[in-house]
Design a protein around this ligand. Structure first.
Ligand code: 5GP
Ligand code: ZN
Length: 116
């Protein structure tokens, strides 16, 4: 196995994309999935995840994919009218806990600012 595929076989989001770990999938277009977060921080808390293993937003090499991630994210959960928040945590101080790029979609309640 290459270094890359070892990383991917132990990556929780790669395993969700491939179906090895179950998740509540609300979207899958073959390139991007959206799932319900297992530990929701708002009435709607979804994760929008590319099939491809990209570690984080700092490792992104595909502008079209990032654009599509945000477009898919904004359309999840029927939140366009009331409002919602998209979040990308990156690295240790950014609060990233899963090293596979993902966009959080948070909504369904009044969100506060600044976040913690
Ligand atoms: P991060 O902290 O990296 O920005 O976000 C990771 C998110 O993934 C967290 O909100 C966490 O609750 C969620 N998460 C971690 N493991 C799983 C899992 O196995 N299934 C689902 N659906 N969400 C997960
Ligand atoms: Zn991965």
């Amino acid at each position: 196995l290459s270094e890359k595929s070892i990383e991917e076989s132990s990556c929780i989001f790669c395993r969700i994309v491939s179906g090895q770990i179950p998740a509540d999938r609300v979207h899958d277009d073959g390139e991007i999935i959206a799932i319900k977060d297992v530990n929701p921080q708002a009435p709607t808390h979804l994760l929008v995840i590319p099939h491809r293993h990209i570690k984080g937003v700092g490792d992104l090499d595909d502008q079209a994919l990032m654009g599509k991630l945000f477009m898919v994210a904004a359309r999840q959960g029927g939140l366009l009218e009331k409002g919602f928040r998209l979040v990308v945590n990156n690295g240790n101080e950014g609060g990233q806990t899963v090293d596979h790029l993902h966009v959080h979609v948070l909504g369904g309640r009044q969100l506060t600012w600044p976040p913690g």
